[in-house]
Design a binder for this molecule. Structure first.
Ligand code: SF4
Length: 251
């Protein structure tokens, strides 16, 4: 039977930095950023539009970049990551697959992840809206960082049933849920998020992430304490963790 050639893929960025959000905050990761997103959140600060080239950090942590023409081959990406791992043994905790929404590239990931996972554990950052695509790659994913985008902040409709299906699949591996909150996030949305995660598993942590503006947390402490108390009524396993890479001027 003929074997399928491993597809090349368009990437936006490959670089090394410290994870600034969520449960793995503070760990060093290699970041692989894919183009495209299926949502259009009002607060989105990520340029995920396709590009004819990928920005690749010259040396891990240097913040100096060169460009490589898209699409990139799996072999080329594997060689680069191996070079970084050899030069900085044990520095990196995992490989962050991010976007945009990386699950738009699930068929590529289905073929790439078994190879990439031989280099580093796989950490998927996702908006949690594409459960069928997650199903394709969950067996080769070590961590799922799933966002719930609340309608009041994102402007996008929150599809709770899709999120439930997604989280049930994500729960087969290590996972947590991240919820970005603002000063006026309604209690009802927090209760729905807490109820949803609790109904899948009380073990899954929820991270409330306050909006950051100009490198400052843009939500008052009083509101954060209130929101954590509200969501904890249905899901005790809830923490407040701001974005840290903004304060540290990390990539
Ligand atoms: S899901 Fe993420 S990348 Fe997509 S529009 Fe929303 S914030 Fe931006």
């Amino acid at each position: 039977m003929p074997t399928q050639p491993t597809p090349s893929a368009d990437l936006l960025e490959l670089f090394s930095s410290i994870q600034g959000e969520g449960l793995l905050v503070g760990y060093r990761q290699v970041f692989m950023r894919f183009p495209g997103c299926n949502l259009a959140c009002e607060y989105c600060d990520t340029d995920f539009s396709s590009s004819p080239s990928c920005s690749v950090e010259n040396e891990p942590g240097s913040k100096q970049f060169s460009t490589l023409p898209n699409p990139l081959s799996l072999d080329g990406v594997m060689t680069l990551i191996q070079t970084w791992i050899s030069g900085f043994p044990a520095a990196h905790h995992s490989l962050s697959i991010t976007g945009g929404e990386p699950l738009l590239h699930a068929q590529t990931l289905q073929q790439w992840l078994p190879h990439l996972r031989t280099k580093l554990p796989i950490y998927l950052e996702t908006n949690g809206t594409l459960p069928d695509q997650l199903e394709l790659i969950i067996a080769n994913t070590d961590w799922v960082a799933m966002d719930i985008k609340l309608h009041s902040l994102s402007g996008e409709r929150t599809d709770w049933e899709i999120h439930r299906r997604f989280l049930e699949i994500a729960d087969r591996t290590q996972c947590f849920v991240k919820v970005v909150v603002g000063e006026t996030t309604p209690d009802l949305e927090l209760q729905l998020a807490g109820d949803l995660v609790s109904s899948v598993s009380e073990r899954i942590p929820i991270i409330l992430q306050p909006v950051t503006r100009q490198a400052r947390v843009a939500v008052s402490t009083r509101r954060l304490l209130h929101m954590q108390a509200i969501i904890s009524e249905s899901h005790k396993n809830t923490r407040v963790i701001p974005q840290t890479h903004r304060f540290m001027e990390l990539l």
